[in-house]
Design a protein around this ligand. Structure first.
Ligand code: ATP
Ligand code: MG
Length: 259
């Protein structure tokens, strides 16, 4: 790592896939500092999930480099992922077995793995569901289970890919409580989402991807005040809703005039 305090360094990264007319990621430079909470936003297809896979080492860049700093003890930094498709992440038969998977894999004895899994399930709002078959959980509960899994493995970097999709209001609040407590605990947290209104206040920094490039990287307030978010395919949530007639997602009047 070139500079102290960096936990992830992405230099000039491109990722191309056969048959695509542009690169999924195109010359991305991005550093993450230890302990920061970053929202990475962008329209569908802008490259958020591809970027997550590269950071987690599940995929390799076509060009450029992705480096993750080692932990203080010299060991590998653990990265916990909550995938966009949470059901693809279920490994255990029951909810409890699923949450135990991470700690067991890291060498915890069965009692310790169970203790960590139960605590993580409670933090994710799944107490009482320990013995249900994991596959029968609802979509939102499966996402909470994925969150419990990364809590149980005590990852240093946590990346949540579209964590609010399909979640009801209490589910969103619960995910955000977890995000806030990870942040307080000094973890590095990355939330990939286009739903800025659900989480931006928890982030110290906003990165916007547009067609595989970094279009914005800076303070959330600056983005909301002066960045052309909607031309990058993200709705600026700072608007007022006062009556039913305001409740429709459509181009704003000034935007419609430009078109
Ligand atoms: N394995 C793959 N093979 C071919 N193309 C891919 C592959 N993975 C991603 N892509 C393409 O890369 C682009 C970026 O995809 P990515 O999944 O990162 O978008 P995203 O920003 O996460 O979108 P969303 O908001 O819909 O989740 C898309 O156009 C997608 O089709
Ligand atoms: Mg995605």
């Amino acid at each position: 790592m070139k500079a102290d305090g960096l936990i992830v360094e992405i230099d000039g990264v491109s990722r191309t896939f056969p048959g695509m007319d542009r690169a999924a990621l195109d010359g991305v430079d991005l550093s993450l500092r230890r302990g920061e909470c970053v929202v990475i936003s962008g329209a569908n297809g802008s490259g958020k999930s591809v970027l997550m896979h590269l950071i987690a080492g599940l995929d390799r860049p076509s060009r450029g480099s992705v480096r993750v700093a080692r932990g203080p003890d010299g060991g590998e930094t653990r990265i916990g992922l909550v995938f966009q498709d949470a059901s693809a992440q279920i490994l255990g038969d029951t909810v409890l077995e699923d949450a135990e998977f991470g700690p067991k894999n890291l060498g915890a004895n069965p009692r310790e793995a169970e203790r960590r899994a139960r605590e993580a399930l409670a933090r994710a709002g799944l107490s009482g569901k320990e013995y249900l078959p994991a596959r029968t959980l609802s979509g939102g509960e499966k996402r909470r289970l994925a969150v419990a899994g990364i809590l149980a493995m005590d990852a240093e970097i946590v990346i949540l890919d579209e964590p609010y999709a399909n979640l009801d209001w209490p589910g969103v609040v619960q995910v955000n409580e977890v995000v806030a407590s990870l942040r307080t605990g000094g973890k590095t947290v990355v939330v990939l989402t286009h739903e800025l209104e659900k989480v931006l206040a928890l982030a110290g920094r906003l990165v916007v991807l547009y067609e595989g490039r970094v279009a914005f990287d800076g303070a959330p307030d600056e983005a909301l005040a002066s960045a052309p978010l909607e031309s990058w395919g993200i709705r600026n949530p700072l608007g007022s809703y006062t009556r039913a007639a305001d409740l429709v997602w459509a181009p704003r009047p000034q935007e419609a005039e430009i078109r």
